[in-house]
Design a protein around this ligand. Structure first.
Ligand SMILES: Cc1cc2nc3c(=O)[nH]c(=O)nc-3n(C[C@H](O)[C@H](O)[C@H](O)COP(=O)(O)OP(=O)(O)OC[C@H]3O[C@@H](n4cnc5c(N)ncnc54)[C@H](O)[C@@H]3O)c2cc1C
Length: 556
């Protein structure tokens, strides 16, 4: 037996603990795996590095993409795993089908059963959100039925001690995902709060929250009800593997400087999230400017490193959930909050040459921003800028607040030429780009990028079928403003390669027995290009569920 460590431990002590299943992390992937294993009768121990429970998941909007789910069926919306697979094949980047198809198949077959399982074994109840697939026009795409989010739950459901430990978000989880869609509290905070005042007051009084808070409360309640134990401030520092067979049979855990060894009879699930907070690893895979990171700073790629140390194949390390974000302060430090502030008629996004390169309303704007040169791997467009006019600036309370309080971050000028000089992009190109775009607005059609025309973009702009294209608005009223719109990272999506059962693989395709991986810690079969809003949480929950179910079947 040998131990591989991702970081130098303090003091070592002999193995003191044996359990059935060890789950590393406490986000969607981890808690879903723990729930599945514990409902199946296993004794489960969850280790979480942070003092808070829930990881990025607890901070999230918990928009959850689960195709062919029972809520859609009840609402009379037709869907099937086969249709979803067709969609995944059509909507994913070229070449991915060759390596990911068997994983997509496993996902589409397990996603809906996973959702039913969660509702059966936890207090979680989901509601449908009427968001289309971002590429609904592709074969197998749907304009509604695949997107859900949890109904609010009281944090007190997990008991007052755990309630205080649920990670807080940068988002106001007083609202549900559906209410955010309907009442736009970012754009119109006062109106939204006034309209929902009685509901919000009741939520404050009962400690109820929606979105990621509800998701983690519900999952944790389910796990506790089925006997799972959760240990906080316990960083897993290494995997214990048999030197002859490579079988992973335990972990080393740093508990505040004291090193414990813990063995698992039936399996270990790595669900440690992304590596975005490990500067060296991040910069190696994501060259170029970074605006903000949105996840908790405990996501430092420990799972990716530990998997590699026991011989796992590591893949998709250049993939991430890239989303527009604004700066905020979280846990006393600068942090990102995901707000698609470019979804506004009176602005455009340009690259370092002053040219547009994508529809600003495209759900996968992040993928376009992150586009790399095939040979050098360097970003093609960065640094990027949002260019807006006075109507943009004055439309949202949030924008005005940023304009007043974050002067260095937002540049402002009376002319386009002066603005171009301030952000060091060619003035002639920017003037030309705006003239061309404003021409499209006058003509009522964006001939370059068809802004506002897809089902997703119509939904986001509020345009009705055949009506005026509300995504288009001129950018021609001074003052003009420029905001950086580079990569902001919600979470990286590269890590250990797994098979369709969640088992971690070596580069030669053989299985590292005993070791499973799920969520952002795995080589995610859905990468930077999102195929649905919520295509991280839905798959994270599903892969956790697959791991939890499979390890019980395979290691009786
Ligand atoms: C504000 C915000 C909104 C979002 N909204 C959505 C949305 O609506 N829909 C959607 O699909 N996605 C959304 N996301 C993204 C989504 O939340 C994440 O992709 C997803 O939650 C990742 O889940 P995970 O289980 O893989 O990892 P996480 O939830 O990040 O959990 C990983 C956990 O592992 C712990 N850990 C790390 N290393 C160790 C170690 N060595 N030992 C023990 N524990 C360790 C970490 O501390 C962390 O708690 C959002 C993200 C943010 C920040």
């Amino acid at each position: 037996m040998h131990v591989t460590t991702a970081a130098k431990p303090a003091q070592s002590s002999p193995a003191s603990l044996v359990t059935d299943v060890i789950v590393i992390g406490s986000g969607a992937a981890a808690l879903s795996a723990a729930l599945a294993a514990s409902v199946g009768g296993a004794e489960v121990l969850i280790f979480e590095k942070s003092e808070k429970i829930g990881g990025t998941t607890a901070m999230s909007g918990a928009g959850t993409w689960v195709p062919a789910n029972h809520h859609a069926r009840a609402a009379g919306i037709g869907d099937s795993p086969e249709e979803t697979l067709r969609y995944l094949r059509a909507a994913s980047p070229q070449g991915w089908q060759a390596t990911e198809d068997h994983l997509w198949e496993s996902f589409v077959n397990h996603a809906a059963p996973m959702l039913e399982f969660l509702e059966r074994h936890t207090p979680l109840r989901f509601e449908l959100i009427d968001e289309p697939d971002p590429q609904a026009e592709k074969p197998g795409g749907r304009v509604k039925g695949r997107m859900l989010s949890p109904r609010p739950l009281s944090r007190w459901l997990v008991g007052s001690a755990y309630a205080r430990k649920i990670r807080r978000s940068t988002l106001p989880h007083l609202f549900t995902y559906g209410e955010i869609k309907e009442h736009d509290p970012y754009g119109h905070p006062v109106t939204a709060v006034m309209r929902l005042a009685p509901t919000l007051l009741a939520r404050v009084l009962t400690n109820r929250a929606g979105q990621g808070s509800a998701l983690v409360v519900g999952l944790l309640r389910g796990c506790l009800d089925h006997g799972c134990r959760i240990e906080l401030k316990c960083r897993v520092t290494g995997l214990i593997a048999d030197s002859a067979t490579g079988h992973v049979e335990g972990v080393e855990v740093d508990q505040g400087g004291r090193l414990e060894r813990c063995l698992a009879r039936r399996g270990i699930v790595l669900a440690t999230g992304g590596f975005e907070w490990d500067r060296e690893l991040y910069e190696r895979h994501f060259p170029g400017p970074l605006d903000w990171i949105l996840s908790p700073n405990t996501n430092t790629g420990d799972g990716q490193k530990m998997a590699a140390q026991v011989g796992a194949a590591v893949d998709h390390m250049d993939q991430a959930n890239v989303f527009p974000a604004l700066p905020t302060v979280y846990e006393g430090k600068l942090h990102g909050i995901p707000i698609p502030f470019q979804l506004h008629p009176h602005c455009i996004v340009v690259d370092r040459h002053g040219r547009r390169f994508v529809s600003e309303f495209d759900y996968n704007l992040g993928e376009a921003i992150d586009r790399r040169d095939a040979k050098s791997g360097q970003p093609l467009h960065l640094p990027c800028w949002l260019i807006g006019d006075s109507r943009f600036l004055h439309s949202w309370t949030v924008f005005r607040w940023y304009a007043r309080h974050k002067m260095d971050w937002m540049r402002r000028a009376a002319t386009i030429e002066d603005l171009a000089a301030k952000i060091e992009i060619p003035a002639g190109a920017l003037v030309e780009t705006l003239a061309r775009y404003n021409g499209f607005v006058a003509a009522g059609r964006d001939a370059d990028f068809q802004r506002g025309e897809s089902a997703w973009e119509r939904y986001k702009s509020g345009s009705t079928d055949g009506g005026h294209n509300l995504a288009l608005g001129a950018v021609d009223r001074p003052p003009f403003i420029a905001w950086p719109l580079n990569r902001s990272i919600v979470g990286t999506k590269g890590g250990a390669r797994t098979n369709e059962r969640g088992q971690v693989l070596r580069p030669d395709g053989t299985i590292i027995t005993g070791l499973y991986c799920a969520g952002n810690a795995m080589a995610n079969p859905i990468g930077t290009r999102a195929v649905g809003a919520g295509t991280t949480i839905g798959p994270c929950l599903t892969w956790g569920y697959i791991c939890g179910m499979q390890l019980l079947k395979e290691n009786r």
